[in-house]
Ligand binder design. Sequence first.
Ligand SMILES: Cc1cc2nc3c(=O)[nH]c(=O)nc-3n(C[C@H](O)[C@H](O)[C@H](O)COP(=O)(O)OP(=O)(O)OC[C@H]3O[C@@H](n4cnc5c(N)ncnc54)[C@H](O)[C@@H]3O)c2cc1C
Length: 330
Amino acid sequence: MEPWLREEYDANLLIDTRYGWAVEGLVDRFWHTFFPMDPATNNGSVGGAIIAQDGKETWTVHDYLGSDYNADDVKAEKTVARVLGGMGSPYPISPDEITITSIFTPTVALAKTWTGNHQRVFLAGDSCHQTIPSGGYGMNMGLADAWDLGWKLAATIQGWGGTNLLKKYEQERRPVAALMQHWSKIHMKLMGLSTAVKLDPIVIESMDEHGIALREEIDQYVQENDDHNQSFGVEMGYRYESNLAVLNEQVDVEKAAPQFDSRNYIPTTFPGSRVAHVALSDGSAISDGFGKGFTMVASLQKEAVAAGDQCQVPIVPASLEEAASKHSIL
Ligand SMILES: Cc1cc2nc3c(=O)[nH]c(=O)nc-3n(C[C@H](O)[C@H](O)[C@H](O)COP(=O)(O)OP(=O)(O)OC[C@H]3O[C@@H](n4cnc5c(N)ncnc54)[C@H](O)[C@@H]3O)c2cc1C
């Protein structure tokens, strides 16, 4: 997070910064536990999941209702006991308080257009793309939409963005939404574990060769299908392909562009890619020096300033410095 943005957020009463900027403590919070179910008695679906909200006393319990549920029959206390019971009987528990309950229907949808004909309305977030939660892409996509649309709107209103800039918003963001929807569907395979390995509540507990074989099968299935948690390439390795990403005409994109790898994020300076992280010699990240509009990154500060001075748009110079240039970025 760039310091100028952090300062603006901290000063803005409308933005909730209760959770702070530090990531310390995150490891103790928001962990998920999935409870498999007996596929024979549970319609072949996964069971439920619990999420620790504060690592102490507040939890979210998810249940999978199937397609023929009746909302009137869904009772929170019963659901909690049943999910926590996993493949066994309902777990005897009385929650102190049920703070909120809701039912959501997983949807995968992409709006036909994200922009009104006269470019007076722009959609962002779930209003233009919805996806199932596997992979955790929904809110991430929405925030990146807002970021992308935000600077383009500012540049257009301030007069330095040109007349076509806003058209690039959908061109850049729609393929990212489609990519993440595609992978979130693939990630769902993990949720099919109970049926795939024919989970059996007796066998899974047993110490004989059947129990050992089943547990090994579960381990293998999870290792092969855990890209739900491991798809750093999907999260960060996508590339904008509008003509805002200016390529040297000599470049053969097919050969030069980094290969997309769903599981691995490979830092790159190829145009249109997420800016690569580089630590400068004073310990700061190069992105800490980025401005609100464009940033000219050059190997030396004076080169960056000189190049920036020739442009008609607000440009902040940032230099890679000698120490940083030791890092290898594609
Ligand atoms: C179970 C679950 C788990 C998820 N996990 C993750 C995750 O791990 N990571 C992740 O990135 N994403 C996750 N998501 C997705 C994420 O929650 C959504 O993508 C995100 O909340 C969408 O934000 P939004 O602001 O675009 O839309 P919303 O959160 O839907 O906000 C829209 C708001 O507009 C209001 N509204 C609607 N109509 C009107 C109207 N006419 N007038 C005024 N207000 C109106 C609504 O009440 C709502 O408050 C998950 C979603 C679910 C359901």
